[in-house]
Design a protein around this ligand. Structure first.
Ligand code: NAP
Length: 521
């Protein structure tokens, strides 16, 4: 930090801290344009404290440097200029690219660009860092903001983060890792249209604070990630691709493939082999629509099965202080995603069913049935039992989907945050179980007496719905069992900390260490 910098030492800043701690030439709008909700973290690190006294502004704008003139540099310059900062861009070919930057930004050679600002963004790729070594003398004592993102390959290849590498090349500078999770597009469109959180880490508290204030002034929410040693973790953030969803999606896909193959064999292959009937037209709509409810139903039961297994394990062990096996712990953690996928499949099933009458095959089937009726001289077709079955079946399906939608909506973070713990557990646990029971009744009314008709066992394979009933029925029966006073009382006791005599004595030494980790029930 240049000691004599008028912007940072001027009492007009009124930072309320020692003159060399905080203070940028921020416009009042940029210092105050942070709505309260933006301070709420999405990831579990505490936010850097805000300095409300920044509202007092010096006359001159604070100067920020940018090395590099690519996509990120251009978007960053636009945002900084929009936030009333003075921007100087350092390029190897300033004349060639000057026209691409906002008129408020000065574009010049690298040497000139780094001479006056105290904070310089390094918007170049890691492999080009060494080409900046010629600027070492001018950069001495300044803050370098590393915005780089490694590719997956680079992340695995280098043990040291890009920011630590930059720090090793410029030992006289203070390196701050920041803004790498913000895309050039978000920078240009503004924080309202994308992720607002900017994880920041550095070994120097003061430098971190300054970059945090800069981020805040640009409309972002800084999140303190600690020392530069966290840079690897920060650089890994943009590489994540729905980490919590991988297993649930694979599970849903696996179930879909299995049930689709099973339905294909029963409803397409069997008529073709046995009767020579071509029913391959069923593959795109009919078989898919038969498969989706199976997947949705089994997935829903898999949301509640781990809870049942955990309760059984606690009853058997007589304590809640022993850790569940890893597979059960992971399963418990993925219940939300499995539940949402179940809702997704159920919603698709509803949509397919709704559109089914639009298909040509369905219309031809109806016409053919009518012709058959006429030929058979039957004027009135009405099977009372079938009518009742369908009415109840449809109604139960709609109710189950409605309840599932409620579960899905309440799992949105904004809604979850507005519910008390009791309300949340009522919706997720009680209503979820109600959805499972309604889905079971929906499946049973669909099946009706078909499970007992020999003609339904094509290739000796039982109807698909009988298979889907297996896991949900186990869950419902186990839940019912745990409601019996003898089990219920014991479970409540265990969850309040009661332990059966010697429950922990059975634990092996390594289990004791693991028991300290929290479980997910
Ligand atoms: P880019 O468009 O390829 O720009 C890279 C810039 O590096 C070039 O314009 C070049 O500017 C400069 N440079 C300096 N020395 C160089 C050399 N020896 N060889 C080649 N170029 C050199 O890349 P970008 O998308 O702006 O990304 C820049 C950095 O920001 C990267 O580290 C990236 O990981 C990070 N980032 C990008 C985004 C994004 O959305 N694009 C988001 C987050 C982070 P001059 O020719 O003017 O010197």
């Amino acid at each position: 930090m240049a000691a004599g910098d008028p912007h940072l030492t001027s009492p007009a800043l009124g930072c309320g801290e020692s003159p060399n701690t905080v203070g940028y030439g921020l416009h009042p709008r940029s210092a105050t344009n942070m709505p309260g909700e933006m301070d709420r973290p999405l990831i579990s690190h505490h936010l850097v404290e805000s300095n409300s006294s920044l509202a007092e502004v010096p006359n001159q704008a604070f100067k920020v440097g940018i090395l590099g003139s690519g996509d990120f540099a251009r978007s960053l310059a636009t945002r900084l200029v929009g936030s009333r900062f003075s921007v100087v861009v350092g390029s190897r070919h300033p004349k060639r690219i000057a026209g691409l930057f906002p008129s408020g930004a000065q574009v010049t050679f690298q040497e000139e660009a780094v001479s006056s600002p105290d904070i310089i963004f390094v918007a170049v790729f890691r492999e080009h860092y060494p080409t900046l070594c010629g600027l070492s003398d001018q950069l001495a004592g300044k803050i370098l903001v590393d915005v780089s993102n490694p590719t997956e390959h680079e992340h695995l290849q280098h043990r040291e983060s890009n920011a630590e590498y930059l720090a090793s090349l410029f030992p006289t500078c203070t390196v701050v890792k920041a803004f790498n999770v913000i895309s050039a597009w978000t920078l240009q469109a503004g924080p309202r249209d994308g992720n607002r959180q900017v994880p920041i880490c550095s070994d120097q508290q003061e430098a971190k604070h300054k970059v945090s204030e800069l981020a805040r002034a640009m409309g972002f929410t800084p999140v303190d990630m600690g020392s530069l040693a966290s840079a690897r973790e920060v650089e890994a953030m943009p590489l994540r691709l729905f980490p919590g969803w991988k297993v649930p999606v694979l599970l849903a896909l696996g179930l879909f493939v299995c049930f689709y193959a099973y339905n294909f064999v029963r409803d397409v292959l069997q008529p073709y082999v046995r009767e020579g009937k071509n029913k391959f037209y069923k593959l795109p709509v009919s078989v898919v629509n038969m498969t989706l409810p199976c997947v949705a139903y089994v997935l829903l039961s898999l949301v509640y099965l781990p809870g049942v297994l955990a309760a059984a394990l606690q009853l058997q062990r007589g304590t809640k202080y022993r850790r569940f096996p890893d597979w059960l712990d992971h399963w418990l953690q993925h219940r939300k995603q499995i539940g949402l996928l179940s809702f997704f499949c159920a919603a698709l099933h509803a949509l397919y069913s709704f559109c089914l009458p639009l298909s040509r095959s369905h219309r031809y089937d109806l016409v053919n049935l009518a012709v058959k009726q006429v030929l058979a001289n039957k004027s009135h077709l009405w099977i009372e039992e079938e009518v009742w079955r369908m009415e109840i079946y449809l109604s139960l399906g709609i109710l189950a989907l409605g309840t599932l939608s409620l579960l899905a909506v309440t799992s949105l973070p904004s809604i979850t945050n507005s519910l008390s713990w009791r309300e949340f557990s009522f919706v997720q646990s009680t209503l979820g179980f109600v959805a499972l029971v309604l889905s079971t009744l929906h499946t049973l009314t669909y099946g009706w007496t078909r499970a007992f008709e020999e003609s339904r066992y094509k290739f000796y394979l039982p109807p698909t719905f009988t298979l889907t009933l297996l896991v949900p029925c186990v869950v419902i029966m186990a839940k019912g069992l745990f409601l019996l006073p003898c089990f219920r009382r014991r479970l409540v006791q265990i969850r309040r900390g009661w332990e059966r005599d010697g429950a922990l004595k059975c634990a092996l030494p390594e289990d004791c260490a693991l028991a300290e980790k929290c479980s997910h029930v």
